[in-house]
Design a protein around this ligand. Sequence first.
Ligand SMILES: [Fe+2]
Ligand SMILES: [Fe+2]
Length: 294
Amino acid sequence: MVGAGLRHRADVGSTQALRYPAGSGPRYRGHVRCIVLSDLHVHRKPEAGENRTLERLVAHLRQRFAAGTRPHVVITGDLTDNGAEDEYHRVVALLRPLVEDGFVLTACPGNHDVGLKGNSFMTSARIDFQRHVLGELLGMARARSSSDRMAELYPLVTQGSDAVLVGLDTANDEGMLASGRIGRRQLELLREIVSERDRGKGLLVFLHHHPFDRRRSMRVEDAEAMLDLLDGQADVLCFGHRHVWGKWPGYRNIGVVLASGKSTKQERRRGPWYWEVTVGRGAPQWARRLLPRR
Ligand SMILES: [Fe+2]
Ligand SMILES: [Fe+2]
């Protein structure tokens, strides 16, 4: 879909041969539209390149989607570069216009959100993510606490009209450094969410780390357990972290697995881009939207 006079170059795909277990197939009614962003790496200084690119993305989304058609915005971690509180203030300032316009935001933390350069772990940084991103930006009252409540808040579930969005926290273990872990508690809750959901609704799951790259700096230690749960159940699985985009339709019988790369990366020849995904009571669809050159 092209809106507000902006031209998009799209790489459009859709699931052709999903294998759902009997009785759980899509029913082709409504859907929820999601914009997927990742790895914003917002800096404290307003003039930083990432901040300017995010400003441009936000302006584009506000212009493209008219009131009443605002999609969900899913952010798969590394919102900040160093998990510093002044960076979180900047994140809130940059993304607040979307909330004020009526976009529904959801997010999960990345390794850069919980410590310096993505290679350290500070509980204070996780609390800053909780307070500023979940509390201020997403408007979650329970998150506006100075104590660590992240374990109570994830998996973070957003009930859309025709789809359920589920965020996982993979940046919860101080021993993991750049790699991630979901943990038994979140996996158990994810199992419940998957089995008890309205099966007519679509299911989009998102996390920060890479679900099947096994390199130490990329991986989620317990990704296999998550993939077993989502096999034949999830319509879309989104992640970030690697700063390289990708798409894997049908991987582990999931409608599509999408890597968002780094949404605030300015490539020499082209502007930033984002995934536009529709998920709901039909097969998921996805399109890679590039902003027009300036
Ligand atoms: Fe990142
Ligand atoms: Fe990361």
